[in-house]
Write a protein that binds this ligand. Structure first.
Ligand code: SF4
Length: 404
């Protein structure tokens, strides 16, 4: 019987991107106010075995081959805090990821599938971690660079980017003491000085949305040398429980996105490459910013699978007391390929639900729909005042006046 593949409804045909997130552990060494993992779940100290990690990545790569229109895949490794895992487990996971992705791309190069890139982000808060722990990430990056040089000839021009990412927000308690911010800066500089590509996640809390965009991007891009990536703030976990002070107004967000987009464009012109994202010029869709992807596959520390990143972080404490307990798909070390068929079915149901919802919403008549894809999926219904929407359409009116 032929493998099941994901069929994309016509009104979502513009999408090209999928995200594969693996969370080997939930425990963390800090307690940010906006975190989508509840502090109750951060108490879990159990973590994934290397065997389960390898099988989870296999399942992600096999599933990615069942998405015929996918061009770009993001692999995201995140906790909790990964640096809390044993060093040998981390080394095993990162090296295996590099080797597995290279084999996947080498196989894809001859397959006729449209996939052209894999981006892999290994995420750490880089707070209260010693140099020995940072060196685990440095060695992972060095291994990636060396292997890519060895194997580039087999990739047929397909690209594989690996970064070690961290985060910054001024209002979430991340930098709970002034010296913690200085220590974080030192750690980021330590990584950069060793040639590591460092990405910087800016999550859309009020503190980020009302920051001085030029001053902050100048500091992050020109002075520090990281690549800032803005993400909307999805209020789950701690963010739902105690995020009131993190909320922004609709107009604050519109002003921020326009200022961010304009300055990111100026930096790109200056540098000849995109150095801050999102990038609002017409063409590509906003599927990443809006979590409106072909598919999102998340594998939790115990192998439990979910088809959304933020919302799933609240539910999957353990399979036993999960509200979805009985119908949660799970990766196990000996999981067979039947699991990938089951994942395709779940992803298909999710896409069909989304397609129907969009076809019957105000978005259906919006000139920005093929580009916007329906706004940030977690803001639908939140901004419903006159002229408001989950995509902040005024931003697209500003950057994409040519949309018919
Ligand atoms: S801009 Fe707003 S109305 Fe238009 S598609 Fe996006 S979310 Fe929907």
């Amino acid at each position: 019987m032929a493998d099941k593949v994901l069929m994309v409804p016509p009104n979502l045909a513009g999408r090209r991107h999928a995200v594969f997130q693996i969370t080997p552990n939930r425990n963390c060494n800090i307690r940010c106010d906006h975190c989508f993992i509840s502090n109750r779940h951060k108490a879990i100290t159990s973590h994934m075995s290397l065997g389960l990690y390898k099988r989870s990545l296999d399942v992600c790569m096999e599933f990615s081959k069942r998405i015929p229109s996918m061009e770009e895949a993001d692999i995201v490794l995140m906790g909790g805090e990964l640096a809390l895992l044993p060093d040998d487990l981390q080394e095993g996971m990162y090296r295996h990821t590099v080797d597995r992705v290279i084999e996947h791309l080498a196989e894809t190069a001859g397959s006729g599938r449209p996939q052209r890139e894999v981006s892999c982000a290994i995420i750490s808060n880089m707070i209260n971690v010693g140099r020995d722990k940072l060196d685990v990430f440095v060695r992972a990056f060095d291994y990636y660079r060396a292997r890519l040089d060895e194997e580039r000839h087999r990739l047929g021009g397909l690209s594989f980017d690996l970064t070690i990412d961290t985060s910054w927000e001024p209002d979430t308690g991340r930098f709970y003491k002034p010296h913690v911010y200085e220590q974080w800066l030192d750690n980021v500089r330590y990584m950069l000085a060793r040639g590591v590509a460092v990405g910087l996640a800016l999550t859309g809390t009020r503190g980020v949305v009302t920051m001085d965009v030029k001053e902050r991007l100048d500091f992050f891009v020109r002075d520090l040398g990281v690549v800032p990536m803005y993400d909307h703030f999805a209020e789950y976990g701690e963010g739902r429980a105690n995020g009131a002070h993190l909320k922004f107004s609709y107009d604050e967000m519109v002003r921020f996105l326009i200022a961010f987009g304009e300055y990111a464009e100026r930096l790109a012109e200056e540098r000849g490459e995109v150095v801050a994202s999102p990038f609002f010029r017409a063409g590509r869709t906003m599927e990443q910013l809006h979590s409106r992807l072909l598919a999102i596959l998340c594998v939790d520390w115990d192998g439990a699978i979910a088809m959304d990143s933020e919302s799933s972080a609240e539910t999957q404490h353990t399979r036993k007391d999960s509200v979805h307990g009985r119908d949660v798909l799970c990766v196990t070390e000996d999981a067979d390929d039947g699991l990938v068929d089951a994942i395709v079915e779940q992803a298909q149901r999710r896409l069909v639900r989304e397609s129907r919802a969009l076809a019957t919403s105000a978005c259906a008549d919006c000139r920005h729909l093929p580009y916007c894809q329906g706004g940030f999926v977690h803001y639908v219904g939140r901004f419903d005042g006159p002229g408001q929407c989950a995509g902040f359409k005024q931003v697209f009116d500003h950057f994409c006046p040519e949309h018919p």
